[in-house]
Design a protein around this ligand. Structure first.
Ligand SMILES: *[C@@H]1O[C@H](CO)[C@@H](O)[C@H](O)[C@H]1NC(C)=O
Ligand SMILES: *[C@@H]1O[C@H](CO)[C@@H](O)[C@H](O)[C@H]1NC(C)=O
Ligand SMILES: *[C@@H]1O[C@H](CO)[C@@H](O)[C@H](O)[C@H]1NC(C)=O
Ligand SMILES: *[C@@H]1O[C@H](CO)[C@@H](O)[C@H](O)[C@H]1NC(C)=O
Ligand SMILES: *[C@@H]1O[C@H](CO)[C@@H](O)[C@H](O)[C@H]1NC(C)=O
Ligand SMILES: *[C@@H]1O[C@H](CO)[C@@H](O)[C@H](O)[C@H]1NC(C)=O
Length: 411
């Protein structure tokens, strides 16, 4: 099932009629919807939970990479958390290429994340590849997950002298937004894959004899059918969240036990779906082999209005310095964290990849008005995805660091 179907099934049944030559506008609409998550996800929260935790960092044995600050890179540290690749990297979606799309300022590239009380290990692409020999690294989630996958593709490919050797197993181009892409590193016999599944669970037709107005349901107790492809992976990075809000699920009903439930709330359904995810992980993944991560929510940064009311981020040249302007932790994170805690004793290689706080500072890292060719001039700004190279590189450095701390090595 590709994302056009998911999208149209769920929110705009009339889009079924749209023909291929209108894909550009369809992408545009899709982008709108992705931005729309901001409204529901962020506005209800006026607490500043992070401010207190920021000042109370206590030294622990295992480093907490989630907490720290952005510092300007010095020349001597330029290869530590530095620019590991350039935007000519051929695995990048054109929407993530800032310079090509007209952005001139490059100040946002000079920051590196400095955790409190420890350092991030230097990212070593050859080492990561060697550790992953004969393996599979799989990203599962929405388009922000693709953002992170492309970042890792570029980071890893730096260790390959002839990058043309890396190929998509089914010959699909990255720019086609395919539901499933598998890039093979032949020397290492390794694939690095992306599977598009915004909800993780099944989106499908309602049971027979359901009321006419119900066209589509989100089946909170049935795990995505693509999941059989993820079994046997060595590293799995899940994410979801941007689609779990009132707007994205308009026209959708939640379904449980093959029964439509019209009163179930979005966050309740989100919690139930995470339980379904948990059962799948515990049942299908080998705790000796699979390293499982659930990446936390990636914040959006619309200023002076929401995504659809002229919200902007193109004037942002530096990370946020005023902590009062930062949003508190997204409520999705608490749900994810709780479920992972419940799994700890049965699958010790399941980790919460908490990048929300460090990302919340980076209002300067979005494509903003520098959109890919073909985007309508009056399109809203993209303050939700990330320019690459950019912030998701840090997420992947933390991913690498956490894998090292687990002594990750395939075979
Ligand atoms: C994520 O990390 C931030 C910064 O350390 C912390 O404030 C927040 O509570 C963490 N979120 C969860 C759900 O653990
Ligand atoms: C990176 O890893 C490779 C392979 O493990 C090793 O030979 C090399 O010394 C490492 N490079 C650095 C800079 O640590
Ligand atoms: C490549 O990896 C797969 C999966 O681990 C394995 O079955 C196969 O034997 C490997 N091929 C080579 C040539 O090592
Ligand atoms: C690089 O790899 C491609 C694809 O395998 C191959 O066609 C090409 O000859 C290689 N180039 C060099 C310089 O080895
Ligand atoms: C619908 O879901 C809500 C929330 O989980 C639950 O309280 C209610 O009993 C469910 N209704 C049916 C008919 O299952
Ligand atoms: C945002 O709104 C404020 C107050 O209306 C205005 O002063 C400021 O110039 C606006 N910023 C941008 C980037 O439009």
């Amino acid at each position: 099932m590709d994302h056009h179907q998911v999208f149209s099934l769920c929110s705009f049944p009339y889009l079924f009629k749209i023909k291929k030559h209108l894909y550009v506008s369809l992408f545009f609409l899709l982008t709108l919807l992705i931005f729309s998550s901001f409204i529901v996800d962020v506005l209800p929260f006026l607490r500043f939970g992070w401010l207190s935790s920021f000042s109370s960092s206590t030294p622990t044995k295992e480093c907490d990479y989630s907490n720290g600050r952005w510092v300007r890179r010095t020349t001597s540290s330029s290869s530590v958390n530095g620019l590991l690749y350039g935007e000519e990297c051929r695995f990048l979606d054109s929407g993530f290429r800032w310079r090509k799309n007209g952005r001139k300022d490059s100040g946002y590239l000079q920051w590196r994340w400095q955790p409190h009380g420890c350092d991030l290990p230097r990212f070593n692409a050859s080492d990561f590849l060697e550790r992953s020999r004969n393996g599979r690294i799989v990203f599962v989630g929405d388009s922000i997950g693709r953002n992170q996958w492309e970042s890792l593709m570029c980071m890893l490919s730096q260790a390959i002298p002839n990058k043309s050797e890396i190929y998509e197993e089914n010959g699909n181009p990255i720019t086609k937004h395919k539901g499933f892409l598998s890039m093979r590193f032949p020397q290492q016999n390794l694939t690095v894959e992306y599977h598009r599944t915004p909800f993780l669970v099944v989106i499908g037709r309602p049971p027979d004899k359901s009321p006419k107005e119900i066209k589509t349901t989100v089946r909170v107790d049935e795990f995505n059918w693509q999941s059989k492809r993820w079994v046997g992976s060595d590293v799995l990075v899940f994410n979801t969240g941007h689609w779990w809000n009132e707007e994205k699920t308009v026209g959708c009903y939640f379904e449980e036990g093959r029964k439509v439930n019209k009163t179930m709330g979005v966050m309740e359904a989100f919690g139930k779906s995470l339980k379904t995810w948990k059962s799948w992980v515990l049942k299908r993944l080998d705790p000796h082999k699979s390293h499982v991560f659930f990446r936390s929510y990636s914040p959006v940064h619309y200023r002076n209005g929401t995504w659809n009311l002229g919200g902007l981020c193109d004037a942002e040249m530096e990370p946020e310095t005023d902590k009062r302007r930062m949003e508190p932790d997204a409520s999705h994170n608490e749900y994810i964290y709780k479920v992972i805690e419940e799994m700890r004793y049965r699958h010790s290689k399941v980790k919460f990849l908490n990048i929300t706080y460090l990302t919340e500072f980076r209002k300067d890292g979005h494509p903003s008005r520098y959109r890919e060719k073909g985007t309508p001039v009056d399109a809203p700004q993209d303050c939700s995805h990330w320019c690459l190279p950019g912030v998701p590189d840090t997420w992947n450095e933390i991913l690498y660091a956490q894998l090292l701390s687990m002594n990750y090595r395939t075979k």
